[in-house]
Design a protein around this ligand. Structure first.
Ligand SMILES: Nc1ncnc2c1ncn2[C@@H]1O[C@H](COP(=O)(O)OP(=O)(O)OP(=O)(O)O)[C@@H](O)[C@H]1O
Ligand SMILES: [Mg+2]
Length: 282
């Protein structure tokens, strides 16, 4: 059985609105998975069900042998860390240091251990020089990094990042990719919600697509991003390089610049193909 499983999960908010319907998915220990899909598809609701902020209306969430129905949100937070979509829903301390130390402090660690966790997490996300600042004096993109550090500092087996890429500049996107890789190398399961398909291509193999409360696809990124029916249903855009490859009538599997360069080299080897492709471009 996978480390984390969601089985026939349905969730209705207290106002009666059903946001997630009959969703089943699973995650292995140490893998990184991207969840993508249009606004309102039910992505955030699904991950809040994983960390126990919400409890299923129907179905079960099992984490490392625990059914979330049998545990409090505080207990589950020792296994699953959730970085909120909106950092302002998460931040409540007056300095970055206090924000990051809050979680580990609750875990009953020694002061030295807490400090080590804070400094390590701050360094990883690049907020070390802001530790004594009020998080609310920092711009959105840095506030988001502070919330990521606060969750990393808790050292949970599962880490959920809800839209870490929103509003981030290019160097921060590179840093986010490196953070996810680092967490994987430590054996953590990282679940990331994002609207940035280039980021997905560059950092994930396993992709889950949600549309209209349901999971509509689950598999390898190459299959997902060349499945036009799924892309259309979920209103997702193919990555730029794949679209270029599609227009050039190259093979139906290209996702990256390196791969399209290989296709071009191959075309060059077979002289006639090069001419045909040139004609497609002009
Ligand atoms: N507290 C709530 N009460 C009632 N309905 C809600 C509540 N929170 C979210 N919803 C609704 O549930 C649906 C799914 O919301 P959810 O936030 O899970 O979507 P999402 O896929 O994360 O979207 P986005 O990409 O915009 O973040 C939406 O229609 C939303 O309006
Ligand atoms: Mg969301």
């Amino acid at each position: 059985m996978a480390f984390l499983t969601l089985t026939n999960l349905t969730y209705a908010y207290p106002n009666g609105f059903t946001a997630v319907e009959n969703v089943t998915m699973s995650f292995e220990k140490g893998e990184s998975v991207a969840i993508v899909g249009q606004n309102g598809a039910g992505k955030t609701t699904t991950v809040k069900l994983i960390n126990g902020l919400l409890k299923p209306t129907e179905g079960d969430v099992m984490i490392d042998g625990w059914n979330t129905k049998d545990y409090t949100t505080a207990q589950i937070s020792r296994k699953v860390g959730y970085v909120f979509q909106n950092p302002d829903d998460q931040i409540f301390n007056s300095t970055v240091y206090k924000e990051i130390e809050f979680g580990p402090k609750q875990q009953g660690l020694s002061l030295d251990e807490v400090k080590e966790r804070v400094l390590h997490a701050a360094e990883l996300v690049g907020v070390t020089k802001f530790l004594e600042e009020n998080p609310y004096d920092l711009p959105y993109s840095l506030r988001k990094m502070v919330t990521i550090a606060a969750v990393i500092a808790m050292n949970t087996d599962v880490i959920i990042l809800d839209e870490p890429t929103a509003g981030q500049d290019y160097p921060t996107m590179i840093r986010l990719g490196a953070i996810i890789k680092h967490l994987n190398e430590q054996g953590k399961t990282v679940i990331t919600i994002t609207h940035d398909m280039e980021f997905v291509v560059n950092h994930f193999e396993h992709v889950i697509v949600m549309a209209n409360k349901r999971k509509i696809a689950d598999g390898n990124k190459r299959d997902i991003f060349w499945d036009h029916e799924t892309l259309e249903k979920s209103m997702l855009k193919q990555p730029h390089i794949s679209r270029l490859s599609h227009s050039l009538k190259f093979g139906n599997n290209v996702l990256t610049i390196d791969e399209i360069v290989d296709e071009l080299k191959e075309a060059k080897k077979n002289g006639h193909a090069e001419k045909e492709r040139y004609e497609v471009v002009v």
